[in-house]
Design a protein around this ligand. Structure first.
Ligand code: UDP
Ligand code: MG
Length: 314
């Protein structure tokens, strides 16, 4: 049995040595399994690639794929999935927020045969800014209301899965990728493992508030067309409202005549409707821009350096 570990790395020169030590320790405890470690250098600007190349010299289980620039964690994970060969494959962050020590337990659950994948979630968001947790909670609520892909609050990308599931994910070749949604969408029986939040060992998080906000919009638009329906429903609502008001104004004018009045309220109404129209056009624009990018069929990532000889490019 072979286990592939996909490790997306972006500016992780400080965390990687600690991570590699831990992985070596954990894998030596699981000596009945063969390991493959796929480090994906996502266009790091520091010495991440040199550090990984050092690991590859020391340990032949280490393979690396270095991108030509930063393509984002989603692309890095996809490159990993496309190139992993193990019977079991796991995505695991380089910063130790996904504790490698959970691996033996995860493998054991898959070995029992009932489940196809073991996913992890954080029980708490200890150590995270309060406001960020609040927005994250709101996002999960919205996402689960809107979309076909149910996402567990606190779910991480850290999960171990069987070959069948990896194949299914590789076949989902969309450019706008949102892995949490993709994992849920492909289905398969998933066991959820909870653990206490761990803070990253070294380096900084790559997620600014703005990046997270954009990521959550991606999550919703990628797996649901509910916002478009909301736009239609809003349109219908205002059409009816306008009809009712028209009748009201008409009847009032017949009965009481109509001295010209109400200019300020008219302006407010025009502005209000205008705002809603622009908002709805914006929603349509979101989907249109996604389609535009999708139809270009650009590669997901460009490989600059690797020590694998049969690399899959997608
Ligand atoms: N990462 C990546 N490309 C990016 C951003 C992040 O490959 O553009 C990697 C990063 O090196 C780490 C993982 O994705 O291994 C998770 O990133 P981070 O720890 O910054 O996210 P957080 O844990 O705060 O959600
Ligand atoms: Mg992290």
């Amino acid at each position: 049995m072979k286990i592939s570990l996909i490790v997306p790395c972006y500016n992780e020169e400080k965390a990687l040595p600690l991570f590699f030590e831990e992985i070596k320790r954990v894998s030596s405890e699981m000596s009945e399994y063969e390991f493959e470690m796929l480090f994906i250098d996502d266009g790091s600007k520091d010495n991440t690639l040199a550090v990984i190349q050092g690991f590859a010299k020391e340990d032949e289980r280490v393979k690396y794929i270095a991108f030509s620039r930063n393509f984002g964690k989603e692309a890095a994970m996809y490159a990993g999935f496309c190139n992993s060969t193990g019977d079991y494959t796991a995505v695991i962050d380089a910063d130790m927020q996904d504790p490698p020590s959970l691996l033996p337990e995860m493998v054991k659950i898959l070995e029992e045969g009932e489940y196809d994948s073991v996913a992890t979630r954080r029980k708490t968001r200890k150590g995270e800014p309060k406001i960020r947790s609040l927005f994250a909670k709101m996002f999960y609520k919205l996402m689960n209301k809107f979309s076909d892909a149910n996402i567990v609050d606190g779910a991480r990308d850290f999960r171990l899965m069987k070959r069948e599931m990896v194949e299914a994910i590789v076949n989902m070749c969309e450019t706008n990728r949102f892995s949490k949604g993709i994992f849920a969408w492909v289905g398969f029986k998933t066991y959820w493992l909870s653990y206490d939040n761990v803070e990253r060992v070294a380096g900084k998080t790559k997620w600014s508030f703005w990046k997270l906000f954009k990521y959550s919009i991606d999550g919703i638009t990628n797996f649901s067309s509910t916002p478009l329906k909301i736009a239609s429903v809003t349109g219908i609502f205002f059409t009816f409202l306008a009809l009712i008001m028209l009748v009201f104004v008409f009847v009032r004018a017949l009965l009481f005549q109509d001295p010209v009045q109400g200019w300020p309220s008219l302006v407010c109404i025009i502005l209000f409707i205008g705002g809603i129209q622009l908002f709805c056009i914006g929603i349509i624009g979101q989907y249109l821009s996604k389609m535009y990018i999708e139809t270009k069929k650009r590669p997901h990532y460009i490989v600059a350096k690797t020590n694998k000889d049969d690399i899959v490019k997608k």
